[in-house]
Design a protein around this ligand. Structure first.
Ligand SMILES: Cc1cc2nc3c(=O)[nH]c(=O)nc-3n(C[C@H](O)[C@H](O)[C@H](O)COP(=O)(O)OP(=O)(O)OC[C@H]3O[C@@H](n4cnc5c(N)ncnc54)[C@H](O)[C@@H]3O)c2cc1C
Length: 315
């Protein structure tokens, strides 16, 4: 197979993101199987091109100048199930997977249904989660291609280093997740399907309608907040905005009175203080400027440092 013939040049990336922001990929390839991934790796190595992995594009901000090098997007939606064990390609969307699992009476991914675009691989990278649970809770093993060694490797759950919105895959950027083995909980089919419907309903009501990238900032650790701003921590406890020891960043943005602040085409969502919406042809620069503005205001007023949950690609 000649992989060069399949690699495209100057592909628009904005439509591949839920923010609908970002420039062109210098080179772009949709990878359908292991052989193609290996050939793409060799091509990038020979041509000295950096590889960037794109999932469903639902938690990233892409530079207005685009991404230099080779952007890979996986098309591996393989699916196999044996009792409560599932083998799944990393580009399966959480919505499709969660619904499929529900129809089999398999519980553990109901929370992920209704997130636009989000894929299993991206969810593993950021240990995504909601409604009191996370991706790590269903992971048994992850199969990756190691870009440093040019080899396939398997990581068991412990080796993935899962933490709050984090894993070893997040910052190292050297592993391309291809596949994962999941362990689900067997329940009554109706029970799982009802929960899926319930969550879809909540998401349809609460998620902003304008393009966005989900939570911009990680929630803030309560112990950290107690140290830096005991009065605010007390208020957060009183108002019940703490889940699993983390204080809602959306609430903090609202408390600082930043709701609906706008820079260029980017605006803080009125539905959720931790979401920035692309209100009107926002650029990545608009979004970054708004992010810096929020971080500065929060730091000055509350003595705490926000940390981004979204990833920046091409910067
Ligand atoms: C409306 C909305 C609601 C959301 N709600 C939630 C929520 O409730 N909980 C939550 O945790 N998140 C939420 N998100 C954020 C987001 O959907 C998740 O973080 C999701 O898991 C990201 O997956 P993705 O496939 O879109 O990854 P992308 O955004 O494409 O990528 C994220 C990072 O992972 C890397 N990556 C992606 N795929 C792979 C792969 N196969 N191998 C290696 N690296 C890869 C990328 O390079 C990038 O660094 C929401 C987003 C939106 C838009």
């Amino acid at each position: 197979m000649n992989i060069e013939q399949k690699i495209q040049k100057n592909i628009k990336l904005a439509p591949l993101t839920t923010f609908n922001i970002g420039g062109l990929a210098e080179f772009y390839l949709e990878v359908e199987n292991k052989e193609e991934l290996e050939l793409a790796f060799s091509w990038a190595h020979e041509n000295k091109k950096l590889i960037t992995m794109l999932g469903g594009g639902s938690n990233i901000l892409i530079n207005d100048e685009g991404i230099k090098g080779l952007v890979l997007r996986l098309a591996n939606n393989d699916f196999g199930v044996e009792k409560n064990r599932v083998d799944c390609g990393a580009s399966m969307t959480l919505t499709k997977l969660g619904q499929k699992l529900a129809s089999l009476g398999l519980s553990g991914l109901e929370w992920g249904v209704g997130i636009p675009g989000a894929q299993l691989g991206g969810a593993i990278v950021g240990n995504a989660g909601a409604f009191g649970t996370t991706t790590s809770n269903i992971i048994e093993e992850v199969e990756v291609f190691d870009l440093n060694l040019g080899k396939w490797r398997n990581f068991n759950k412990e080796e993935c280093g899962f933490d709050y919105r984090n894993s070893i895959f997040k910052d190292t950027k050297k592993y391309l997740i291809f596949n994962a083995k999941l362990i689900m909980q067997k329940k009554k089919k109706e029970e799982v399907e009802d929960r899926v419907k319930e969550i879809l309903d909540i998401r349809n009501k609460k998620q902003p309608k304008h393009p966005n990238a989900g939570s911009i900032f990680k929630n803030v650790n309560l112990d950290y907040l107690k140290k830096r701003n005991p009065d605010l921590a007390k208020r957060a406890e009183e108002e019940g905005v703490i889940i699993g020891g983390m204080v809602s960043s959306g609430w903090l943005v609202g408390e600082r009175g930043l709701g609906e602040r706008k820079i260029g085409g980017a605006q803080i969502s009125k539905e959720h203080g931790n979401f920035i919406i692309n209100k009107n042809k926002a650029t990545a620069l608009d979004v970054i400027t708004l992010i810096s503005y929020i971080k500065q205001k929060i730091r000055n007023e509350f003595n705490i440092q926000f940390q981004e949950e979204i990833r920046y690609l091409g910067f």
